[in-house]
Ligand binder design. Structure first.
Ligand code: HEM
Length: 275
């Protein structure tokens, strides 16, 4: 690792590769548009946070598979970290909202047909938690990380592993999916109701489930805030990813994503609780 030439000691800049980081923003608009740097920096920062979310989520998944109570408590601690990161991700959207729509239009054509829709790390995060979609994944086929995404599509997700944890704790649960029968679904919700009726009798399982619902909720809040910001910027115009989002594009496509849930059973169980 490079060090301070004068003292030979490691510097802040060397450790964090600050010069290299500051070289990674290449604005494309001609004539130059003031807001393009803001747009690039915000997106790059998202990608760095997605990298950290992947790192933490992989460790959560390992701990859930290991399965001792200590492992589960550590998984819970890291799940809270991901929730904290997502709160930052939701808040960051305000930076883009400081851009006037007319100023966005000064450089929007330069980035066409690139779109956040092609963020392979976002798809990896969705996949890791359990939102797997081969069609959406196929749109990132030109990306260097596409192979990683394909691997994750084939792998067990955190949502599926949560059901294995619950079964190991004695609950008769089956993960949602094509193979789950109606009877298995009813048994799963009945078992979750036991946990949610008396959280104090199952504190670790309850806290774990709720910390995953916290992450699910933050992901939904990000989608909602993103679609509102997009509407504020481009109204009902087609997105730059037009042609890859099926029959719908722009905010019409984004609105269809708002009902996606990583842990649908954990949301549904609340309706079943008795007064
Ligand atoms: C002015 C700023 C932004 C605008 C106008 C915008 C617009 C859009 C639009 C219209 C779509 C739908 C696909 C398409 O038609 O292209 C989309 C999807 C998406 N955008 Fe953005 N976006 C902005 C900022 C961001 C940022 C900062 C991120 C952070 C990484 C992001 C991540 C995504 C993701 C992940 C999707 C796919 C969502 C899904 O399929 O569930 N966008 N965006």
């Amino acid at each position: 690792m490079a060090t301070d030439g004068a003292t030979g000691r490691l510097t802040y800049s060397d450790y964090l590769k600050v010069p290299e980081l500051l070289e990674q923003q290449h604005c494309l608009a001609e004539p130059p548009a003031h807001d393009e740097l803001q747009f690039i920096v915000v997106h790059q920062v998202y990608e760095l946070w997605f990298k950290l979310v992947r790192h933490e989520a992989d460790e959560i998944h390992r701990l859930l598979r290991a399965g001792s109570d200590t492992d589960l408590r550590n998984a819970l601690r890291l799940a809270r970290r991901i929730e904290a990161i997502f709160k930052v991700l939701v808040g960051q959207i305000h930076v883009l909202e400081s851009m006037r729509p007319a100023d966005f239009l000064k450089f929007r054509a330069a980035l066409n047909p690139a779109s956040g829709f092609q963020s392979v790390q976002f798809r990896e995060v969705e996949c890791l938690f359990g939102l797997k979609d081969e069609t959406l994944a196929s749109y990132t086929s030109g990306d260097p990380r596409h192979g990683e995404l394909q691997r994750r599509l084939a792998e067990t997700s955190i949502a599926e592993t949560l059901y294995a944890v619950l079964r190991a704790k004695g609950f008769d649960v089956t993960a949602p999916g094509d193979a789950r029968t109606e009877a298995q679904r009813d048994a799963t919700l009945a078992a979750l109701k036991v946990v949610y009726d008396d959280p104090d009798d199952h504190p670790l399982v309850y806290e774990l489930c709720e910390s995953l619902v916290d992450i699910d909720e933050q992901l939904i809040l990000w989608r909602r805030h993103h679609v509102m910001m997009v509407e504020r910027q481009i109204g009902d115009k087609p997105g730059t990813g037009k042609g890859t989002t099926g029959d719908l594009d722009g905010i019409r496509y984004l609105q269809t994503t708002l009902m996606r849930r990583v842990f649908p059973d954990l949301w549904e169980v609340r309706t079943l609780l008795s007064d």
